[in-house]
Design a protein around this ligand. Structure first.
Ligand code: NG6
Ligand code: CA
Length: 508
């Protein structure tokens, strides 16, 4: 009797497309990496002026981190660290990349997707890339685009090559620009202008959203961008549809690989500028486009969670949601974000934001849900995204070769909530290059020259010619520099930072 029952069970299971059981060490992994999402932008992190019910559902079903960090306060370096397990400030060429940058991560390196690929995962990236493509000199937009994600461990890629506000405004699927008409070749330049399309600088009357700083070059879809572009008209994206397109591609990937372990890196355009929501969300938050694209991001997460439920994969899928850097309000377009804040606090209780050495630069939301393994709750463990590589290698039974991912540590127990002890220290990296270190609850910001307030974004940079020391246990907001009273701590943390810089502090 037992065998026929089992047979019927298997037949019914496969008829309904249920995933086969697989070892608990090989859950599917979905990493939703939001762009510029601040510590205070989500309901589950205390936001009251904007509703994020789907992300809050994810938080309720998983672990919410209060002390999680991106490595850097901008995109390219944080993503470099996430994928390579190496601090970006160790390498030249890892700062905010232009839209035609050559590939920053060399094929052959041990990367997060390569580790999972070797562990038997189908690996895919959908969304913002911003880590360069192609050989030195940049990619061939009209031919085969080499040295992209597919060369460093991803089986599938569907990309926005750089950012929403940088040309080229086209999608790249695997090695080619999608829907490119060969009779209308793409040209891109971040130096001398190419082609003769109108620019925001010369034709502001053509704009549906005006820049506030920069962003005044080629106009695409009524929005002027950083960089000059001509051609590729049929291939250009529509900003209003970006979330729909990326979410759709992400769900297709999960659908297609429902029966093998998969790793999906869904790198959303939201909530980066230009903030141009679909009309379903436009005007719905009451906080202007910045609030509306938070609603859109929440919708994306809802769709992903729904798809996992539909595919019967929720129980055995590790979902991670985080952000590449902290919040920014005016990041270059006059989109009403400042005027319509209406009491919303994008960085929550933290000081500074994107670009900054203060906590608002790199301390970001982090949610980890895995119903089969992670007990829901809140954790104060100090963690850094740089550890995802070594931690997931540990989970999936892969060794990281010596010399690779040098700064990534196995912190799996902290990421899964099995211990409240995270890293003993975390290094933070501001756009200026200034480094800070948090050890326990002490935060040290090294002395640096430079303006205290970025006048474009109105962000406090954290720069100070004097060393700064904050006690984050009592002063989350870094209001009181207590350096004068703790010269021993300053010495200790400055020495630690030096050792990390020199690579003396063992990573593993
Ligand atoms: C800055 C852009 C900003 C944004 C940022 C990158 C200007 C004036 N500002 O240079 O709008 O694109 O680069 O953001 O051009 S990130 O999240 O991708 O790092
Ligand atoms: Ca970013």
């Amino acid at each position: 009797m037992r065998q026929p029952c089992l047979l019927i069970f298997l037949l019914v299971g496969s008829f309904f497309g249920q995933a086969q059981p697989r070892p608990a060490s090989k859950p599917n992994i979905v990493l939703v990496y939001a762009d510029d999402l601040g510590y205070g932008d989500l309901g589950c992190y205390g936001a009251t002026k904007v509703a994020t019910p789907n992300i809050d559902r994810l938080a309720r079903g998983g672990l919410r981190f209060t002390r999680a960090h991106a490595t850097s306060a901008t995109c390219t370096p944080s993503r470099y660290a996430l994928l390579t397990g190496e601090y970006p400030w160790r390498r030249k060429g890892t700062n905010i990349a232009p839209g035609d940058a050559a590939a920053i991560i060399e094929p052959g390196r041990t990367t997060l997707p390569a580790v999972l690929q070797k562990a038997g995962y189908q690996t895919g990236v959908v969304g913002k890339w911003h880590l360069g493509l192609g050989p030195p000199g940049g990619p061939d937009w009209n031919g085969e685009i080499t040295k992209g994600p597919n060369d460093i461990g991803f089986d599938y890629s569907f990309l926005m090559p750089a950012t929403g506000d940088r040309v080229p405004c086209v999608f790249v699927e695997n090695h080619r620009v999608v829907a490119l008409d060969p009779n209308d070749p793409i040209r891109v330049s971040f130096g001398e202008p190419v082609g003769n399309e109108p620019t925001g600088k010369d034709h502001p009357e053509l704009l549906k959203m005006k820049p506030s700083h920069g962003h005044d070059n080629t106009i695409i879809n009524g929005i002027s961008r950083i960089g000059s572009m001509s051609g590729g008209k049929a291939a250009r994206w529509t900003d209003e549809d970006l979330a729909d397109v990326l979410t759709g591609k992400a769900i297709d990937f999960m659908d297609k690989h429902r029966s093998t372990p998969f790793f999906l890196y869904l790198s959303t355009h939201d909530i980066h500028v230009p903030r141009v929501p679909h009309q379903r969300f436009a005007g719905k938050s009451g906080l202007g486009p910045r609030g509306d694209v938070i609603l859109q991001l929440d919708w994306t997460v809802g769709e992903i969670l729904k798809a996992l439920d539909r595919l019967g994969l929720t129980g055995n899928t590790l979902v991670v949601l985080s952000s590449d850097n902290g919040a920014v309000i005016d990041d270059g377009y006059q989109d009403g974000a400042v005027e319509k804040l209406s009491g919303h606090t994008p960085s929550g209780p933290l000081r500074g934001g994107k670009y900054s050495a203060f906590e608002g630069g790199t301390r970001v939301p982090l949610l980890v849900r895995w119903p089969g393994r992670v007990k829901p709750g809140v954790t104060d463990a100090l963690v850094s995204q740089i550890d995802l590589l070594a931690s997931l290698a540990k989970l999936t039974g892969r060794a990281v070769p010596a010399g690779q991912a040098p700064d990534s540590r196995d912190q799996l127990s902290a990421w899964l909530g099995e211990t409240k002890t995270g890293r003993d220290h975390v290094v933070e990296h501001a756009v200026s290059g200034t480094l800070s270190v948090v050890k326990g609850f002490w935060k040290y910001i090294e002395p640096s020259q430079g303006v205290k307030i970025n006048k474009n974004t109105n962000t406090e940079t954290g720069a100070d010619a004097q060393p700064q020391l904050y006690d984050l246990a009592t002063d989350w907001a870094e209001r009181q520099n207590v350096a004068a009273a703790h010269s021993d701590k300053i010495r200790e943390l400055a020495a630690l930072l030096q050792e990390v810089r020199k690579g003396i502090v063992a990573a593993k």
